[in-house]
Design a protein around this ligand. Structure first.
Ligand code: 2AL
Length: 245
């Protein structure tokens, strides 16, 4: 089974981190193919970045369909382009925010999300509404660490995230923590041990769930709105992305 894990930002070091997390949970017969978007923002931390990242992401889905990939993971907590990706793909496509939030509901009645910059909080809150988990999500908390600073030891990212998780557990009545960025995947195990509660990394959750769906023989429905995009002409710089027969 081939699962393509797409980092929709253009930072290769983040793809490497995500790839390691994905390989760590994948079953023995699963090949993880981690790819970095070929165009777009270096990190995704706002609505504009989110929108601009979709083209590169969808291009990777298009290539994956030509290559016969079985399932995809979109490794960014805004789940950019998720519905559009599902229109293009035959197999399942999982976003890490959706996978992490749903995983959290199996192990706690309430979870809090601990994410990067404050400006990304609304994006996660919109996803909570979209996925219908507002009855489970107690809070979305920012650490004010920029995505690319997660890799910078001088940002003290681990300590800031640990402190925010502790505040969430003390103040939010949550039993689990959802990590609000793919770049936090490498911190998950350590945080979980130190906090003594389930800490959910969306990359791991999405890989395991994608694998389960493929094993169940479930593909993305092509009946209705996830049917292939209708062929038509696109103008200007988007002309090459026009859907074809
Ligand atoms: C993310 C993420 O997972 N990757 C990225 O570039 N931005 N999410 C976030 N909340 O900052």
């Amino acid at each position: 089974m081939r699962i393509r894990v797409i980092n929709p930002n253009t930072t290769q070091s983040m793809t490497d981190l995500v790839e390691a997390a994905a390989r760590n949970v994948a079953g023995p017969d699963v090949t993880i193919e981690a790819v970095t978007s070929g165009c777009g923002p270096a990190s995704i931390e706002g609505h504009y970045d989110d929108a601009m990242a979709c083209i590169g992401l969808l291009e990777e889905i298009r290539k994956g369909e030509q290559d016969g990939v079985d399932a995809y993971v979109i490794a960014c907590f805004g789940d950019p382009g998720l519905d559009a990706a599902r229109e293009l793909a035959r197999g399942p496509v999982l976003g890490i925010a959706e996978a992490a939030m749903r995983a959290a509901t199996f192990v706690a009645t309430g979870f809090s999300v601990v994410t990067t910059l404050s400006r990304t909080v609304v994006i996660a809150e919109h996803l909570v509404t979209r996925y219908g988990v507002h009855g489970h999500c107690r809070a979305v908390r920012a650490t004010d660490i920029a995505v690319l600073d997660l890799e910078n030891p001088e940002s003290c990212a681990y300590q800031k995230i640990l402190d925010e998780c502790r505040r969430a557990l003390a103040e939010d009545r949550c039993g689990a923590i959802v990590l609000g960025c793919a770049g936090m995947a490498d911190l998950c195990e350590r945080l979980s041990k130190e906090l003594g509660v389930p800490v959910i990394d969306g990359v791991s959750a999405a890989v395991v769930m994608a694998e389960a769906l493929v094993r169940m023989g479930l593909n993305t429905s092509k009946h209705g709105d996830y049917a292939r995009p209708l062929p038509k002409s696109y103008q200007g710089i988007l002309a090459p992305f026009a859907p074809r027969e």
